[in-house]
Ligand binder design. Sequence first.
Ligand SMILES: Nc1nc2c(c(=O)[nH]1)N[C@H]1C(S)=C(S)[C@@H](COP(=O)(O)O)O[C@H]1N2
Ligand SMILES: [Mo]
Length: 329
Amino acid sequence: MLIKHKKRSDCSENDVTDQSVYLNRRQFMKVTGGTALGLGLGNAFAALQSGNPLVPPQPLEKAFNNIAETSYGSGETVAPYDVATSYNNFYEFGYGKDDPAEKSGSLQTRPWTITVEGEAEVTGVFELDDIIKQAALEERIYRLRCVEAWSMVIPWVGIPLADVLKKFKPTSKAKYVYFETLLDPKQMPGQRGRSIDWPYREGLRIDEAMNPLALLSVGMYGSILPNQNGAPVRLVVPWKYGFKSIKSIVKIRFVETMPITTWNTLAPNEYGFYANVNPQVDHPRWSQKEERRLPSGVLFPNVIETAMFNGYEEEVADLYAGMDLKKNY
Ligand SMILES: Nc1nc2c(c(=O)[nH]1)N[C@H]1C(S)=C(S)[C@@H](COP(=O)(O)O)O[C@H]1N2
Ligand SMILES: [Mo]
């Protein structure tokens, strides 16, 4: 436990800062054409924030057609594509922020099946592409707030999780939904280490999973998910800390009792099952009152206040009515 614990903190405090400086520098040089001081810093920052490095480089394998736009996130400044795809947490490929982009290239994401088990009428093994074909894809621009106190805004493409789960007809005993990532140390070098009891596991209470905000994402920036972002299918639960948004899902199990989840098991006093974004409940080793909104670095720290439920209070507060959120963190 202590060893695992230490790795998490290494990554969250030292590495994060160095990497963000590096990213910011790259973005900065791009915007200013290499003459960083040619523009006032304020102008460069404005260009960075409003500029156009938002689109994935084309062609990016196959892009989706017929994605319904929704109003979620209009008015947000979306992270540049190369920030969202080069600063990642995906421990199956290593603990560094750049490991997922560097080491996930060989992950085979097609064909891909999801096994559905447990308290549901419809169970079995399903082709991901069949699930996608039957669904209406939507674009949802969401804030992603990592428990490590950085955040970014990402335009996801996906299916409301409720639409997918309802197809399996969960029974009245299905009080929670449990998710598992692929277990394959051959493709996922980080799984050759044992500091985490692989596969990565996550879960939601059934009413949380059915909330309209919860998304089963199969793409971002109008294209399929890059491997480092959890291809070919991941959760996005924007009112919770990022670790709830499990990547590369191969199993969905409807269960009656609260399932075992990876970070909660590793350090229960630091990472709760609920993991709702909450500026009033600090992590034992750092404050959760603020976050670095990426792109961010030494010149542009871009530190903002963290909002309750990551700003989605109106949509989700009802789920927790009467619960002590300091205890059920
Ligand atoms: N399977 C798996 N899913 C995961 C993780 C992981 O290490 N393994 N990291 C989580 C964490 S801590 C965060 S912040 C988000 C990061 O998503 P992103 O890299 O697409 O921004 O993925 C989450 N999902
Ligand atoms: Mo995270």
